[in-house]
Design a protein around this ligand. Structure first.
Ligand SMILES: [Zn+2]
Length: 368
């Protein structure tokens, strides 16, 4: 068994997939699988796209250099540019958010993992690093579960995207130049759970943001799960299995349109039947194919599809071009007296290729 110290500081140069167990390992993992039962993957993403799960022994779920495990506390190493306070501004903008809360520059959340539900306080830890502290008695006893928490937070804050090419493009872009200077270090804060991301897209259709938050709170507090920790209640978004088992009448109490209830139940069923998942969307081939897959589902139009691909799948080319917020932000930055037409947006965003998702997220920042 080789020591991880003989490998690059940040991550392994390749991964070993063990076909008999459907897991992938760091090359230094202690297991000794027969060579016939292994596949070599150049990257973690390729191993996962092939359906392999991270190893619980070597915690291959995330780069070994990207986190430090101190059992009750984790440190996440962050690449520049990153500004914790810019991301906190984004997280603090909705006072009626029910799935996390912010206080004194820190964010508190119950992390929904398959195995357990640790509650964490996330704060800045020197520069540039994030501290994840487990509250109450919720610190996971097993290292691989703590690795899953670290990975969830890295994904939520989008810590693994190299923003340098985006900043380089934005520096000469008339719309983004001001945004990247003013909001330096902002990350595309995500919605890691697919069902939550799609539901949020559906709930928000044709209503204002404040009402969307009210509906989400009703949905979560009626059908979600709660964890009480150190006297605070933390809510977990409903599991698709719970929603798939409902009828529209069961959802009357939410006072949401019948159509939206039907859409949510439909999406929940597709997920529970294994017909819709992050893996399926990632494996669709490219962004356009993933978009097509989503818009084929009842209740998901191009805006919702692109919103989900942007916030959950992290596809850089996802572009919710019909987004009202984007239109308002463009109107604000250009000083125009009306919102831009679709043709005008296409012209203005011509230089954003492969960064449409980040560009949109930065433009939104002008609105809060
Ligand atoms: Zn392993």
């Amino acid at each position: 068994m080789k020591n991880s110290e003989s490998y690059p500081e940040w991550d392994a140069p390749f991964f070993i997939g063990v076909t008999t167990m459907n897991i992938y390992c760091f090359p230094w993992c202690g297991g000794q699988p027969k060579p016939d039962n292994t596949i070599r993957f150049p990257t973690r993403a390729e191993a996962e796209r092939a359906g392999f799960r991270p190893c619980k022994n070597c915690c291959s779920a995330l780069p070994h250099g990207s986190w430090e495990d101190r059992k009750r506390e984790l440190t996440l190493v962050v690449r520049e540019p990153f500004s914790f306070s810019e991301n906190m501004s984004y997280l603090s903008r909705a006072s009626n958010e029910c799935l996390f809360h912010t206080r004194d520059g820190r964010v508190y959340k119950a992390i929904p993992l398959e195995q357990e539900t640790p509650v964490v306080e996330i704060s800045v830890d020197g520069h540039p690093a994030i501290k994840v502290r487990f509250l109450g008695d919720t610190a996971p006893a097993r290292k691989w579960v703590r690795a899953a928490v670290a990975r969830y937070v890295r994904d939520w804050f989008d810590l693994d995207t190299d923003l340098a090419p985006f900043y380089e493009m934005a520096e000469t872009d008339p719309l983004l130049q001001r945004a990247v200077r003013q909001f330096h270090g902002l990350r595309n804060m995500g919605i890691p759970d697919l069902f939550e991301a799609i539901s949020w897209g559906i709930i928000g259709q044709q209503i204002n943001l404040a009402f969307a938050y009210t509906l989400k709170r009703r949905l979560v507090e009626t059908f979600g799960r709660q964890v009480v920790c150190e006297g605070e209640t933390y809510w977990i978004f409903p599991n698709p299995h719970e929603i798939a088992a409902l009828t529209v009448e069961n959802m009357d109490v939410l006072r949401m349109t019948v159509k939206k209830c039907e859409y949510l139940i439909g999406v929940a069923r597709l997920i529970t039947e294994g017909k819709l998942s992050k893996e399926l969307l990632s494996n669709a081939g490219d962004y356009k194919k993933a978009e097509k897959l989503l818009v084929g589902i009842r209740g998901i139009g191009p805006w919702t599809a692109n919103y989900v691909l942007m916030r959950c799948l992290r596809m850089p080319s996802a572009f919710p071009i019909d987004d009202v917020g984007l239109h308002n932000a463009i109107k604000y930055v250009t000083g125009a007296d009306r919102k831009p037409t679709k043709d005008e947006i296409l012209k203005l965003s011509a230089g954003w290729t492969d960064w449409e998702s980040y560009a949109t997220f930065y433009m939104w920042r002008f609105l809060y």
